[in-house]
Design a protein around this ligand. Structure first.
Ligand code: SF4
Length: 113
């Protein structure tokens, strides 16, 4: 059995600019009524946004993956933001001393937990 919600989400995720609902049902190879139920489930789950859209004068919806906020604990170590944010150095990740220091701090915090 096909998990249409998962398939629909995969399609929507792979199109950062969004997917028209009037195209989605064709891509899923289902009828538009079933597609509406799939979209409703994704909306209820809070994983997509639906924006009104007109194509050739016909109203449809543009479906986009909902952007998640960044989990602050993932970019903080020792109260310091990951140094890459706002960094203006010429980046050489493998040799970056400030990133290594930040990661070291992160590792220490994880050991304490
Ligand atoms: S890895 Fe180092 S040099 Fe590169 S962006 Fe991050 S902090 Fe800046």
């Amino acid at each position: 059995m096909v998990d249409y919600e998962a398939e629909a989400l995969k399609i929507i995720q792979s199109h950062p600019e969004g997917v028209l609902q009037s195209e989605l049902w064709k891509l899923l190879n289902i009828d538009s009524r079933k597609c509406s139920r799939v979209v409703k489930k994704l909306l209820d789950a809070g994983v997509i946004d639906r924006l009104e859209f007109k194509k050739d004068g016909i109203k449809t919806f543009l479906l986009k993956r909902k952007k998640k906020g960044v989990e602050p604990s993932l970019i903080l170590a020792g109260g310091e933001l990951v140094p890459c944010i706002g960094c203006d150095r010429e980046c050489q990740v493998e040799e970056c001393d400030i990133l290594v220091d930040w990661m070291y701090q992160l590792a220490i915090e994880e050991l304490k937990e």
